[in-house]
Design a protein around this ligand. Structure first.
Ligand code: HEC
Length: 226
């Protein structure tokens, strides 16, 4: 991917961005709670596939994500989604953490990601995303593998999360409906002042560290003035 990205001019990158932003997302992930999953293996494209033969095994603490139709996914059909098996109880446990912060374990995601988790201002949408991807990102924020100015806002969110918490959060977030349209279509009216308040209240609003927050602030100020 980095080779392809390096070969793109700024104009081409903008065109690709606009095209991707214009796509209307469908429901991509079907989340199923279960104690038992089909036996799987990892193959083509580093994806997990169901083993032929119908054998099963306990899910344990894992998320098992497999194509709904292996042939279509292998041939890169972008309209074929995935079935995501998650441990029983994950969705309601995740809902509690995501909507209330779980009594101080984390923070309610809607403050920054919007009431339906479909994005707010410059904060990305997360609803309906692949739970494997979500766990990887949460883990990346926690270990410091993902660090940008904006990633600072996620540090306190993940600081106390264990692996089971991340699995539960990802199961719930993946089960939510994706936004009608991805991309930066959120109007200024959608930007939540509580996000700014929240940043200040936990003392992480260092303006030099937080270009995103500063930009959002400026947009709120511009909007209020105009
Ligand atoms: C204080 C604001 C804030 C809160 C609260 C917050 N987030 Fe975030 N989140 C962000 C920002 C800003 C980014 C973008 C970071 C970047 O660009 O690297 C982000 C990025 C993410 C990403 C990566 C998205 C992607 O497309 O790669 C995930 C996943 C995520 N957040 C999940 C959550 C979950 C789950 C919660 C609640 C438990 C939560 N966030 C709470 C601000 C927040």
């Amino acid at each position: 991917m980095s080779v392809i990205a390096k070969g793109l001019s700024e104009d081409e990158a903008m065109q690709a961005t606009e095209w991707f932003a214009s796509l209307k997302p469908g429901v991509w992930e079907k989340v199923v709670e279960t104690d038992t999953v089909p036996k799987t293996y990892v193959s083509d494209g580093h994806r997990r596939y169901v083993r032929p033969g119908g054998e099963t095994e306990p899910i344990g603490h894992r998320i098992i994500e497999v194509p709904q139709d292996p042939l279509r996914v292998t041939s890169r059909d972008p309209h074929c989604g995935f079935i995501v098996y998650v441990p029983v109880g994950s969705i309601s446990r995740g809902e509690e953490l995501v909507t209330t912060g779980g009594s101080g374990k984390t923070f309610a995601c809607a403050i920054c990601h919007g009431p339906s988790l479909t994005g707010l201002g410059e904060v990305p949408d997360i609803a309906g995303h692949s739970p494997t991807y979500i766990v990887r990102q949460l883990y990346g924020f926690q270990t410091g593998a993902r660090t940008s100015g904006m990633a600072q806002l996620m540090k306190a969110v993940v600081a106390q999360l264990g692996q089971d918490d991340m699995v539960a959060i990802a199961a719930y977030v993946a089960s939510r409906a994706p936004p009608q349209r991805r991309g930066s279509n959120h109007t200024i009216h959608n930007i939540a002042p509580p996000m700014i308040f929240w940043g200040e209240s936990i003392g992480i609003l260092a303006e030099s560290l937080m270009p995103c927050t500063v930009r959002i602030r400026k947009r709120i100020a511009d909007h209020a003035g105009g």
